[in-house]
Design a protein around this ligand. Structure first.
Ligand code: GLC
Length: 539
């Protein structure tokens, strides 16, 4: 695999557009809002922007339910705004990639409207239809099939009811989707985050799963539509017909089931894959399982690096709770946030920061289940209303919901967190007065300024080559508190040590120069609660 040169030194930043910045004060973030904040992103130091879905959509699943893949939702702006955003990024040497939503459309997409009209519709086989549903389950709860009254059959939908899956085994669908990729690349996009690609190939025999059924008679068997052979052929075709002609990056979301052997297959055709393995490494008390976290990160890095492949690194995205509430400590946000930044930003691969992570945004402190709006939260409420108490449901959502990732960005301590001057579409989190960009920009010692410093060290310093290409080796492997690793090349040995727990730990220290730390002083051979240090030995 040959990568675009710029990818090695990229630091990514994901923006969830509806929650980033509301430039026209209607309560919803928009594209012009991103344009207004590009200088902030430049100042932070990132150079690869991933902008989440902005296409026209009924918003059943936050814009991943598209009705026109080639346009911009009125509430978010216009195509001209997108062109301007691309230009403004490029002027500042920031690459920009978009979500390429390949697995499904909205049920309000013209293709589906035509497809469902009758069993003989010309677009019938753009989607996957069956006279009877099988026992497959959907990622968002319940059956993977939805009954359609108009044509008296069921359509496959592995996510929400309103998101019918496209039939990628149909060459016409592939051709339409390939043209779509060309369209955005010709407009200036530098590539894609390829949504849900693990699911493009399905078991088209549509036979029942033999997995154990749940209490509703559903088999949560993702293997029926994940990482299946056919999809690699589709991606190969996409590569030769489209991707090979552009200087671009392709990053596929391959989800939870994917392992290295799958990743090797993917990286024959696309540049990198996002897996989810490092997202939920928690023990039975919901505390960080440092051993598991190290093990999965090491598994992916060594497996990919040994073959010369890159991989993205991230703590969270728009589908996850806030990392501050998960692996961080809300009661010690500055030091624990810096510790998390330290681990992430010196790993081998391409780090991605999620909007708000750089200021330590936390999970929503909502007190009512009605405040949770995400489709998977709503489904959870609907399916559990009669089985669980409201308190149990609330507790589940406070910990797991995707709404946390969608919280409006906290720009300042003014009303609505400076995100908008009008009531935002999703309630602002209550901690915005103490957690916001404006205050942190002013404070030299803030988490935000630490992110800047660490990004700069990664991509603009004498150590850059070591961080980008150097070997990676875990240290303190058996420690249940320390996440430690070494990056090394012919010039430097760089040691990164981070205590992920709220308890002092000891270890055996080598004599080296500290180049970054999250506390004012360091005591040799000790790491204070959440302390992290980066140390160098010149060869
Ligand atoms: C991906 C997206 C998620 C979306 C799903 C269906 O997993 O990240 O937000 O709900 O695909 O498109």
């Amino acid at each position: 695999m040959s990568y675009p040169n710029w990818l090695y030194t990229s630091v990514g930043y994901e923006i969830y557009p509806r929650s980033f910045y509301d430039s026209n004060q209607d309560g919803v973030g928009d594209i012009r809002g991103i344009i207004e904040k590009i200088d902030y992103l430049k100042h932070l130091g990132i150079n690869l922007l991933w902008v989440g879905p902005f296409y026209p959509s009924p918003l059943d699943d936050n814009g991943y339910d598209v009705i026109d893949h080639r346009d911009v939702d009125d509430r978010l702006g216009t195509l001209d705004d997108i062109k301007e955003l691309i230009d403004e990024c490029h002027k500042r040497d920031i690459k920009i990639i978009f979500d390429y939503i390949m697995n499904q459309t909205s049920d309000e997409h013209p293709w589906f409207i035509e497809s469902r009209q009758s069993v003989t519709s010309k677009k019938r086989d753009y989607y996957i239809w069956s006279k009877e549903p099988n026992n497959w389950g959907s990622f968002f709860g319940g059956s993977a099939w939805n009954y359609d009254e108009t044509s008296n059959e069921y359509y496959l939908k592995i996510f929400s009811d309103k998101m019918p899956d496209l039939n990628w085994s149909n060459p016409k669908v592939r051709s339409e989707m390939f043209d779509l990729a060309k369209y955005w690349l010709d407009l200036g996009a530098d590539g894609f985050r390829m949504d849900a690609i693990a699911h493009l190939g399905k078991d088209m025999t549509l036979t029942h799963s033999r997995k154990k059924l749940d209490e509703d008679g559903i088999a949560p068997d993702w293997s029926k539509f994940s990482n299946r052979d056919a999809l690699y052929d589709y991606l190969e075709e996409l590569k030769t017909k489209v991707f090979d002609r552009y200087d671009m990056v392709s990053i596929g979301e391959v989800g939870g089931g994917a392992k290295l052997r799958d990743a090797y297959k993917y990286t024959k055709t696309i540049d990198m894959v996002f897996n989810f393995d490092a997202c939920w490494c928690l023990d039975e008390n919901k505390q960080t399982d440092v051993l598991e976290l190290k093990q999965v990160i090491n598994y992916w890095i060594t497996g990919m690096k040994n073959k010369g492949y890159l991989l993205p690194q991230y703590w969270l995205n728009h589908d996850h709770p806030r990392v501050m509430s998960q692996y961080g400590d809300e009661n010690n946000p500055k030091v624990s946030g810096k510790m998390l930044a330290t681990i992430l930003l010196f790993l081998y691969g391409v780090p991605f920061i999620y909007n708000g992570e750089e200021i330590g945004m936390t999970n929503a402190k909502y007190t009512k289940i009605e405040d949770f709006k995400d489709v998977s939260s709503q489904n959870y409420i609907r399916l559990n209303k009669h089985r669980k108490t409201e308190k149990e449901i609330l507790n589940h959502l406070l910990f797991n919901s995707r709404d946390h990732g969608h919280l409006p960005m906290q720009w300042s301590a003014t009303k609505y967190a400076g995100f908008s001057t009008t009531t935002p579409y999703l309630k602002v989190n209550s901690d915005y007065k103490t957690v916001n960009v404006e205050d942190q920009l002013k404070d030299e010692d803030s988490l935000l300024n630490f992110y800047r410093q660490a990004i700069n060290l990664r991509i603009n310093s004498e150590y850059t080559n070591t961080f980008i290409h150097g070997d990676f080796k875990l240290i303190e492997e058996k420690s249940k508190s320390i996440f430690g690793y070494i990056r090394e090349d012919d010039n430097y040995t760089i040691t990164i040590l981070a205590n992920m727990k709220n308890k002092k730990v000891t270890y055996k220290e080598q004599d080296s120069e500290i180049i970054l730390s999250n506390l004012k002083t360091h005591t040799a051979n000790e790491l204070q609660p959440y302390e992290s240090i980066v140390m160098v030995n010149k060869k």
